[in-house]
Ligand binder design. Structure first.
Ligand code: C5P
Length: 227
């Protein structure tokens, strides 16, 4: 495929609760691209493994990949989301049990290869906005635009709680959530690397619409006629 025929790829990476997915979804909507959240695939594989009833401590890559066989990607607005036997896995993949088990599954190289194949398959057929930890490094080193989103852990914790609780969280709730996020950052550290050619955006003091506007402008400039 010549470079003028190549599909557009916008890669957005960053730590847990940095606002990657909602930003990526919004950017995809603005550009008319398809959004895929790689974290949702790691979560879906984990939820499928939990459904087997085998205790997480005994999971092998073969068991996890066997469970992943029933997962497909289905359209939901501008995104493709994981479905199990055709049914979207919405709430199931966001629970505390999946949160706790997912970093272990994400460290299995066979699982990483499975997730990466699914996402590359989508990007061969469509223009995509992908988000995760290693989209701009391991998965799409050739991406047209690479962004790495960071934010202060306290701010990330607060945003996550406001989204989940739909009210202002207390200081104690934010402190507990900050602790959980810092632990997950440590568990994910190996695969969470900023690409050398990624633009670092600190969103601690930014409105989401401001970060979206910056990424959309970057993408339009980089993609030219392909956008
Ligand atoms: O982004 P999110 O918190 O939904 O990701 C869930 C988990 O999936 C992360 O904690 C991490 O362990 C794993 N992940 C990964 N590589 C990615 C995306 C997510 O290892 N590209």
């Amino acid at each position: 495929m010549s470079s003028s025929e190549r599909r557009g790829i916008v890669a957005i990476d960053g730590p847990a609760a940095s606002g990657k997915s909602s930003t990526a979804e919004w950017v995809a909507r603005e550009l008319g691209f398809t959004h895929v959240d790689s974290g949702s695939l790691y979560r879906a594989v984990t939820a499928a493994a939990l459904r087997t009833g085998v205790p997480a401590a005994e999971w092998t890559p073969a068991l996890v990949l066997g469970a992943a066989d029933d997962i497909t990607l289905v359209p939901d607005g501008h995104s493709l989301v994981p479905a199990f036997e055709g049914a979207p896995m919405t709430d199931e993949i966001r629970g505390a049990i999946v949160n706790a088990a997912v970093p272990r599954v994400a460290r299995m190289s066979a699982v990483r290869a499975w997730v990466n194949d699914r996402i590359r398959e989508v990007a061969r057929a469509r223009n995509v906005v992908v988000d995760g930890r290693d989209m701009g490094t391991a998965v799409f080193p050739e991406a047209d635009v690479k962004v790495y989103l960071v934010a202060d852990p306290w701010e990330r914790a607060k945003r996550r709680l406001v989204q989940h609780l739909r009210r202002l969280p207390t200081e104690a709730e934010i402190a507990a959530e900050t602790d959980r996020l810092v632990h997950r950052d440590a568990a994910d550290a190996t695969q969470s690397v900023q690409a050398r050619d990624a633009l670092l955006i600190d969103t601690t003091h930014l409105l989401q619409e401001e970060q979206v506007a910056r990424i959309v402008a970057l993408a339009r400039a980089a993609l030219g006629g392909r956008g």
